[in-house]
Design a protein around this ligand. Structure first.
Ligand SMILES: *[C@@H]1O[C@H](CO)[C@@H](O)[C@H](O)[C@H]1NC(C)=O
Ligand SMILES: *[C@@H]1O[C@H](CO)[C@@H](O)[C@H](O)[C@H]1NC(C)=O
Ligand SMILES: *[C@@H]1O[C@H](CO)[C@@H](O)[C@H](O)[C@H]1NC(C)=O
Ligand SMILES: *[C@@H]1O[C@H](CO)[C@@H](O)[C@H](O)[C@H]1NC(C)=O
Ligand SMILES: *[C@@H]1O[C@H](CO)[C@@H](O)[C@H](O)[C@H]1NC(C)=O
Length: 650
């Protein structure tokens, strides 16, 4: 489409959008005042186009989820460590018959034949294929085709600004899709993986992403390039981080006692893939007994170790995560690899959660192609059905991918965040890297006064899912130049800045209230009102670990690597050792750790980081200070101290 025809389409759009009628007796169910950067509406969607309409039903008891999770995760609770079974989680949150009936009646009264309406396996999604015309009538909205940039191969169908539901139906519905959401997978010709939306012309890893993938826009590790020689001396951890530096920094030596009862997983999204020979190159230098050892592959939705694309952009993340997680836990403890998505469709966080929790699946009757990758892959990749409840989650999961919060709608984020809470209820520790752009979002994007993503904006842009109160967000530190591992680290200020800030979606969980208040009272950041959310919202990160100057083997060379991507798998390895020690004496895994680590006793077992900052959005960002701060959380772990404390808990 040429620029001028596009302009005409946009003008036409502006005219008809005004005319959208709100049906009588209906309420606005969800509204969006912005669309992600790069996308623009180009035309009304064709009335006979078929949508895989999905209604996410209200999950009863969700309003109690903070109480439930605190009950099993707060060290002073009598039920500490008494995690829930998956069956209890599923039955507690399974939508009621009243919700199912109300939504079905609404659809049928709206002219949808009853036999077209299906209830998904988990009981939480109602599904029906409808035409655009039917969807517009049901929701009192208008659907448009949106396009990414100038490339008409990347389109997405979504409704404009808001959609409506009858008031009595709205109470039973969390979310309707496809409607406003842009967690979308770009479409490309079969057999050709698409690179879209690279951030700049450099070889930055952000070019190795698709829009639909978690973290599009970048929170991948960064590199300064290859290095000539490895030092591997404890005196030189300011120049090169190798596993021994991390052991020294975090007092971490551990011999696993019950590796077959313990588990940890690293999550990767294809096309990211590790390279076996790189693992061996790394192990032969830093952990010789592990040469030949591989992660245990859990393929989710056709995820596999692709070799069609290589180099730092495709192998950097996976190689980094696995080389450090595996060498730190040592040869006795297997590391699981959740490799999600095939080469063409990719996968979203939703796809991974489907595999871990059958009640979340949108699979039955077809996944939601506007939200999540669809399997069997219509583009010729993986031909199996989508994974749905097929993977028993490991006790610890580390993910180094993320979105900017403003990319997605609050309803979508809340529904997904509840899934992380459910994992916590089951005793799973969910770690996410906090982002590499300080107070800015992925690739340095900020917000304008209206909350819109804007590279020149001055309002801080928090990330997702680190803004979810039920994950543990991991920021990054550095060994200061010319310092040793015996001296305190600072917030990372080399190549990347530790992601941190305050959510615009999630309120502050009780476990961090006093720590955050202490920070804001003692060290008021002093920014103009509106620079970040001061209404008492979720603050992150929760903890930090080193994220500067990692030595990582990629395609036969050693690179110098930076990022919170480094910090998350390292923390996972340390917490996994604590799980091993607890399981060995018949105790539960540590599960959701945030309510524990914010207690004064546990905070004292972290190395408090008090120097450095996380600039972004034309500001200095926040400063690390004594106590919790939105740069390095409560600090970096001291394994020996944490182990002692966690062994005493029931
Ligand atoms: C869209 O895809 C077609 C078919 O592969 C290709 O020829 C064309 O160049 C693509 N358009 C753009 C703008 O990339
Ligand atoms: C990107 O990488 C290629 C090949 O490694 C190199 O030739 C090129 O100069 C790099 N471009 C930039 C902008 O760094
Ligand atoms: C929707 O249509 C697809 C493709 O024809 C079909 O596979 C799926 O089962 C249908 N879903 C429902 C809920 O009828
Ligand atoms: C570190 O030491 C080197 C060489 O001794 C010196 O050139 C450099 O300025 C020092 N850097 C800092 C930050 O002190
Ligand atoms: C601030 O965060 C709260 C959630 O804690 C949210 O309801 C509110 O809309 C946010 N404010 C802005 C300006 O985004």
């Amino acid at each position: 489409m040429t620029l001028s025809t596009r302009l005409v389409a946009l003008l036409a759009l502006a005219l008809c959008v005004v005319a959208v009628p709100a049906p009588a007796g209906h309420v606005v169910h969800e509204a969006r005042d912005r669309i992600p950067r790069g996308w623009a509406p180009v035309r009304r969607a064709e009335p006979d186009m078929v949508l895989p309409f999905r209604v996410g039903l209200v999950q009863p008891n969700l309003q109690n989820i903070e109480d439930y999770i605190m009950d099993v995760s707060h060290p002073e609770s009598p039920n500490y460590g008494k995690h829930w079974s998956p069956a209890k989680v599923a039955s507690t949150f399974r939508p009621t018959k009243e919700s199912v009936d109300t939504v079905r009646d609404w659809l049928v009264e709206g002219g949808i034949a009853p036999e077209r309406v299906k209830l998904g396996t988990g009981g939480s999604w109602m599904k029906v294929n409808v035409t655009i015309e039917e969807a517009e009538r049901l929701l009192g909205t208008e659907y448009y085709v949106y396009q990414y940039g100038e490339d008409d191969n990347y389109t997405h169908v979504a409704c404009h600004e808001k959609y409506h539901l009858p008031e009595h139906v709205s109470k039973h519905v969390e979310i309707v899709s496809p409607t406003l959401h842009f967690d979308t997978i770009p479409r490309g010709p079969a057999g050709q993986w698409q690179k879209v939306g690279s951030r700049d012309d450099s070889n930055s890893s952000s070019s190795a992403r698709t829009i639909g993938q978690p973290g599009f826009g970048t929170s991948f590790p960064k590199t300064k390039g290859t290095i000539q020689s490895i030092i591997d001396q404890l005196e030189n951890c300011d120049e090169q981080i190798v596993p021994n530096c991390l052991r020294a920094l975090y007092d971490f030596e551990y011999y696993p006692l019950v590796p077959d009862k313990n588990s940890l997983a690293i999550v990767e999204y294809t096309p990211q893939a590790y390279v076996a020979s790189d693992l061996d190159m790394f192990f032969s230098n830093f952990s010789p007994s592990q040469v030949g050892q591989r992660p245990v592959l859990y393929s989710i939705d056709g995820g596999y170790i692709q070799t069609d694309y290589g180099g730092f952009d495709y192998n950097g993340e996976s190689n980094l995560d696995l080389q450090y997680a595996m060498s730190l836990v040592g040869s006795r403890q297997p590391v699981q690899l959740y490799q999600a998505g095939d080469l063409y469709e990719g996968a979203s966080f939703g796809n991974l959660l489907d595999a871990l929790d059958a009640s979340y699946c949108t699979f039955d009757g077809g996944d939601d192609p506007e939200f999540d990758a669809v399997y069997p892959d219509p583009y010729g990749g993986y031909e199996g059905a989508e994974d749905c409840g097929t993977v028993t989650p490991a006790y610890i999961m580390s993910t180094s991918y993320g979105y900017t919060e403003a990319d997605l709608t609050p309803a979508y984020e809340q529904r997904q965040c509840a899934e992380y809470a459910k994992l916590g209820l089951m005793g799973i520790t969910v770690l996410f890297s906090s982002g590499d752009d300080g107070v800015a979002g992925n690739s340095g994007v900020c917000l304008d006064a209206d909350g819109e993503e804007d590279y020149d904006g001055t309002v801080f842009a928090p990330g997702f899912p680190v803004d979810c109160p039920y994950v543990t967000a991991v920021g990054a530190t550095q060994v200061n130049p010319n310092s040793t591992v015996l001296e305190p680290e600072s917030a990372c200020e080399q190549v990347i800045y530790s992601g941190g800030g305050f959510s615009n979606v999630f309120p502050m969980p009780s476990y961090q209230a006093s720590a955050v208040e202490e920070y804001l009272t003692n060290y008021p950041p002093g920014y103009p009102a509106g620079t970040y959310n001061t209404s008492g919202s979720r603050a992150y990160p929760d903890i930090a670990a080193n994220g500067a100057n990692y030595i990582v083997a990629v395609q036969g060379e050693f690179y110098l690597v930076y990022g919170t991507s480094c910090a998350s798998p390292v923390s996972a390895a340390i917490f996994s050792a604590i799980n091993d020690a607890r399981i060995a004496i018949g105790k539960s895994p540590i599960g959701f750790i945030n309510p524990t680590i914010y207690t004064p006793e546990f905070r004292a077992a972290f190395n408090d980081i008090t120097t450095g900052s996380n600039p972004g959005c034309g500001t200095e960002g926040f400063y690390a200070q004594p106590g919790w701060d939105p740069v390095t959380g409560v600090g970096t772990p001291n394994f020996v101290k944490l182990l002692a404390l966690w062994l005493v808990l029931p």
